[in-house]
Design a protein around this ligand. Sequence first.
Ligand SMILES: Cc1cc2nc3c(=O)[nH]c(=O)nc-3n(C[C@H](O)[C@H](O)[C@H](O)COP(=O)(O)OP(=O)(O)OC[C@H]3O[C@@H](n4cnc5c(N)ncnc54)[C@H](O)[C@@H]3O)c2cc1C
Length: 416
Amino acid sequence: MRFHTVIVGGGLSGLVAGVTLARTGKRVAIVSSGQSSLHFNGGSLELLGALPDGTAVQRPLEAAASLPEEHPYAKIGVSRLPQLAADAAKLLATVGMPMQGDVSVNHYRLTPMGVAKPAWLTMGDYVTLERPDVLPWNNVLLVNVAGFMDFPVNFVAHGLREMGATVRVEELDVEPLAARRASATEMRAANLAKSLVSGSAVSRLASAINEVAGDNDEVVLMPAVLGLDDDHAVTMLRAQVSKPLHMVATLPPAVPGARLHTTLRHYFQMLGGTYLMGDTVQRGTFEGNRLTGVHTAKLADTVLQADNYVMAGGSFLSRGLMANYERVYEPVLDLDVTAPTDRAQWTRYGVFNQQPYMSFGVSVDRQFHALKGGEPLDNVYAVGSILGGHDPVKMGDGTGVAMLTALAVAQQIIDN
Ligand SMILES: Cc1cc2nc3c(=O)[nH]c(=O)nc-3n(C[C@H](O)[C@H](O)[C@H](O)COP(=O)(O)OP(=O)(O)OC[C@H]3O[C@@H](n4cnc5c(N)ncnc54)[C@H](O)[C@@H]3O)c2cc1C
């Protein structure tokens, strides 16, 4: 099978690259093994929340100028970031995921642990704060679904109280979810969302919220257990609840991230893109420094051939990078990886300490050509969290790097 571009990995970076290329009429295939880190995403995307030394960032575009040269933003070129960030927000709006947020200044999202973290873009139905320590409300009604353990309601209430709010907590026992409660493993956010789709189920939930809402409550906050495929159920619920209503991210599997993934994938397929779900690219064949084809686990007799290849397999969690006792490696093409050979330097004692392995990644040149044997490959690019040079956990830049490197590379491929 012949394509203009084959993308290895269908997470945020692979999908953004795929949509951007497919929109220009290119024949594009994405091969994706399984779930991506979007399935952990709580409804916000981050551009840059902190510098490598831990200094908090308020104005990400300004702060990007001081990033070290190995950071993917520095490779893109800081002057290009505003346009790429605007393109990213526009792309999300086009696919049907309009976001709130201003690229020039971070806002704050509320985590399932009740902590405010810097964010760039947040889905319209989720809590956003202008400052990390001040809430826009004095009296908050925090509701949870009876038996739902993936929303640590006491942590969230504690966090809101620390920000000065009076918080009332109520538990809702709604009939559409009773069947799920029969098994603890069924009480996951994604499963609840599947039971809260129909108009009658949503109306019952709205009635249950309205029954516990008091005159003093200015706002209702609830776990994100609606809207797996689109925002229809959330919009219905908000229209029927008597107070302003916002979602707060739950522990994974995360409904908002799954919605973003599904929306991007559907849009890519609507453009004519080929999405090979549940298949894994295992190896490639080379002629000189050009990749001529890749082989997948399921298409045993078929080689996927393309003019360009984009490696978007993610980091260790997604198996875009792997490690054994001897080395850190990229498992499909054995691309060069930036990581010390001394294994003792991969990790640091203390689980909350900055971990060196978070900054490991495939080595690229300034155009994001992947390196192999020290040489850039002509037609192989790397994007997203397979890239090193930054620590997404400590710097809050994972989704920004995913989207902006994908856009930069897709644009480069289009221009070539
Ligand atoms: C646990 C966790 C929570 C996070 N939470 C947030 C958050 O709340 N907010 C935020 O802004 N950012 C968050 N991030 C960071 C952000 O989600 C990621 O940086 C970003 O989504 C990375 O996208 P990606 O497409 O590069 O990689 P991934 O999302 O990892 O996707 C890679 C995909 O490639 C597939 N793949 C890998 N190898 C192959 C192969 N050989 N063949 C076919 N497919 C393959 C994988 O199965 C996977 O689907 C989080 C990251 C993690 C790990």
